[in-house]
Write a protein that binds this ligand. Structure first.
Ligand code: SF4
Length: 271
């Protein structure tokens, strides 16, 4: 499944909503015509495939969603089939689907589509809600918000190097709490200095930082979370270049500032 397919799949799932609302019955009939033809002069779509998992079920062989119960195109009235999703994409952009595009006479591959359009007639074709159902503005906003949340969740999880660093971070916080009775508070210079000392000396962190740096020099990018943190740290290091501080003091100052700005950025992102 490529990114476009995943995006279309997510949109379809989203449009179903928690209440499992179904598309207008007429639109579903138009989709059925697009996929299965009319058993007469309109043939079945060349992309239609019989299921190998359940006899009598069919799926679209071009959309990349595969052969499974949630992607079968036909079912009983009670079942929620793929064609019931209010928003649904079709690889051939056929009538009834949300990305429907009018058939072009100049393109031979559109002859079946044009035949379907002629069967539906002008009045139906002009009714965009029937032949090209789109998401409401409210649904689009909700989807955009959900996708943004998913992206930021993904970025915060990060690559294996990020995960190791996050694990070490948690272990040190726990160790300080248990063995030294210090509660985590990155705004407190005492806690911060103690934490940074243990964190930067941990061999797993040293190795993870090395891997992150190698990814950058190899230009294979690393994860977006690593890249953003590295950019922030580089900016702060540059800012304090001529501050008059050096050695441990400079290192601690950069670490404090880094932790502060990272917290601010994370707070802004989650608000
Ligand atoms: S290409 Fe479109 S019309 Fe054809 S089977 Fe797939 S979803 Fe149905």
């Amino acid at each position: 499944m490529n990114l476009g397919m995943i995006s279309n799949y997510v949109k379809a799932k989203w449009s179903k909503g928690l209440t499992e609302k179904k598309v207008d019955v007429t639109t579903k009939d138009i989709r059925l015509l697009s996929c299965f033809g009319n058993g007469d002069d309109i043939t079945v779509c060349p992309a239609l495939r019989p299921s190998e998992r359940k006899m009598g079920k069919f799926f679209c062989g071009e959309c990349g969603c595969g052969d499974k119960a949630t992607t079968w195109l036909n079912g009983t009235e009670e079942e929620y089939t793929k064609l019931d999703h209010p928003y649904l994409s079709c690889p051939r952009k056929m009538p009834g689907f949300s990305d429907y595009e009018t058939g072009k006479k100049s393109y031979e591959g559109d002859s079946r589509k044009i035949q379907i359009e002629l069967t539906l007639g002008g009045e139906v074709l002009q009714n965009k809600k029937l032949v090209k159902p789109e998401m409401s503005e409210e649904e689009k906003t909700k989807l955009a918000k959900a996708e943004k949340e998913k992206q930021s969740e993904k970025a915060s999880v990060g690559c294996p190097s990020c995960k190791i660093k996050a694990q070490v971070r948690d272990e040190i916080i726990e160790k300080l709490r248990r063995e030294e009775n210090i509660e985590p508070n990155f705004k407190d210079p005492t806690f911060n200095t103690r934490f940074q000392k243990l964190f930067s000396a941990d061999p797993r962190v040293v190795q993870a930082n090395k891997e992150i740096a190698e990814k950058k020099t190899n230009e294979d990018g690393g994860c977006s979370s690593c890249a953003a943190k590295k950019k922030l740290r580089d900016e702060i290091t540059k800012e304090f270049e001529n501050s008059g501080l050096s050695g441990e003091k400079l290192k601690n100052k950069i670490n404090d500032e880094f932790a502060k700005r990272l917290r601010e950025a994370q707070r802004k992102e989650s608000s």
